[in-house]
Ligand binder design. Structure first.
Ligand code: NDP
Length: 448
């Protein structure tokens, strides 16, 4: 075992001891630390300057009470989080997740990933993440508004366009960002557009931000496919989830000539052999906020499977776009047996570590989330740029910028994986390229 591996193991064990019962955070740290060993062996300065010990410790962790009143007049209490992980490259930047499963370990894993993802975009953004264990399902618009206002009543004092800039994630879309921005504006008496991204177009949002994560993930896979002289044209694809990322992944795949035959939600999947009807999907999920099951009311050829495993559906390209650890090694085996050629992680950490290893060993093109889904935060960066210059770019111009950023991220992953002797291992490529930029900035900034 090399000296660098030994140190990494010690640091990892320390993280586990210091952050007990947070398996998702341990998993994210394990993946990054062990995959950057080749870099640490080549440049021991990162170990000498204790960059690893510093980077696994959030700069600040905020946990707060979120009281609100439901439609029956009853008081409800949730827990709010904002983990400001690393600001070496710029203000903390990362989404807010509202889901009943949220606790410190989830926010820490997402915040840690966000450091390297934001670094890969090439934009000046640090890493952070936040959210609440609030479950938005079945809540009225008024309940959502009261919750968002209460959440912001505490959060506002910790954020700002030069400090920390939240956005959306699971359970937080345009509606929630609008309510939070309204409350921020009211409390601070400032029209500070750059404090939140994912805003509506009417009040400082950017075109393409809604589509950005799904489009970006598809562009990333398009670049990977070029390595094998392949394209999306005529490929059968499966996209898990049916939220923001999934919907715009389906849209871009269809534009590029692929066919998405299945999407899902946490209750089951729907499979439509003719290809998913995108307009219906948007109507059901974005407008009516219905369950994916209702798709079959409109398409009699489509099949809904309650609790079904979407990865059993044969496809050439899989885009897991729902949540962490949704695709395990058994699913990977089935997908490979069914002729899979590429995986693009639209979600954060959707594939378990053994599934990732198997994909890479089997020669499946694998785009890790921190690279493949970076288009969302990259376009948030573009939104901040427009807010700062008080300008509005048109759709095509913004999409071209997003595409260029995704191509650059892919090139960084490819060149770095080649340089360190792991060709086509974009996990190693993304982690080393993302880490190096942050670590170098931390060296420049001194021990802070
Ligand atoms: P949404 O809330 O819009 O959609 C989430 C989708 O995933 C829903 O279909 C939801 O189903 C499903 N889902 C959520 N949790 C689970 C679960 N525990 N088991 C099964 N299905 C689940 O979120 P987004 O589309 O924004 O986010 C999806 C993923 O993409 C997340 O991992 C997020 O971190 C990541 N991501 C998002 C970005 C963005 O810009 N929005 C940027 C980068 C990454 P149901 O309705 O039944 O809960």
């Amino acid at each position: 075992m090399s000296k660098a591996t030994e140190r990494v193991e010690q640091i990892y064990n320390h993280v586990v001891r210091k952050n007990p019962a947070e398996p998702e955070f341990h998993q994210a740290v394990h993946e990054v630390l062990f995959s950057i060993v080749p870099l640490l062996e080549r440049y021991p300065i990162y170990l000498d300057a204790k960059i690893l010990e510093r980077i696994v410790e959030p700069e600040r962790q905020i946990i707060f009470r979120v009281p609100w009143i439901d439609d029956k007049g009853e008081v409800q209490v949730n827990r709010g989080f904002r983990i400001e992980f690393n600001s070496a490259l710029g203000p903390y930047k990362g989404g807010l997740r509202f889901h009943e499963s949220v606790y410190a370990g989830i926010i820490k894993f997402l915040g840690f990933e966000q450091i390297f993802k934001n670094s890969l975009t090439g934009l000046a953004m640090g890493g952070g993440k936040g959210g609440s264990d609030f479950n938005p399902k079945g809540k009225s618009d008024n309940e959502i508004m009261r919750f968002c206002q209460s959440f912001m009543t505490e959060l506002y004092r910790h954020i700002g366009e030069h400090t920390d800039v939240p956005a959306g994630d699971i359970g937080v879309g345009g509606r929630e960002i609008g309510y939070m921005f309204g409350q921020y504006k009211r409390i601070t008496n400032r029209y500070e557009a750059g404090v939140l991204t994912g805003k509506g177009i009417r009040y400082g949002g950017s075109l393409v931000r809604t589509e950005a994560t799904g489009y970006g993930a598809t562009f990333f896979v398009e670049e990977m496919l070029k390595v094998k002289n392949e394209t999306f044209e005529g490929k059968t694809c499966v996209v898990s989830g049916s939220g923001n990322v999934a919907i715009y992944t389906v849209e871009k795949i269809h534009q590029l000539g692929g066919k998405v035959v299945a999407v899902s939600d946490s209750n089951g999947y729907v499979m439509d052999p003719k290809g998913i009807d995108l307009e219906l999907l948007k109507q059901l999920k974005e407008v009516e906020r219905k369950r994916i099951k209702d798709y079959t009311l409109y398409h009699k050829d489509a099949v809904y499977k309650e609790n079904g495993n979407i990865w059993e559906i044969p496809c050439q390209i899989a885009m897991p776009s729902a949540t962490q650890n949704e695709l395990n090694v058994k699913d990977a085996e089935i997908l490979i047996k069914n002729g899979l050629i590429a995986v693009g992680e639209g979600a954060n950490m959707p594939c378990t570590p053994d599934a990732v290893d198997l994909f890479i060993k089997a020669g499946v093109l694998f785009g890790p989330g921190k690279a493949a889904n970076a288009g969302g935060v990259a376009t948030s960066g573009l939104e901040m740029e427009q807010n700062a210059s008080r300008s509005n770019w048109d759709f095509d111009y913004t999409e071209q910028k997003l595409k260029k950023i995704m191509q650059n991220i892919f090139q960084a992953c490819k060149q770095t994986s080649d340089e360190f002797g792991y060709p086509q291992n974009y996990v190693v490529g993304a982690n080393i390229a993302g880490f190096k930029k942050v670590a170098d900035a931390m060296l420049d900034l001194g021990v802070i």
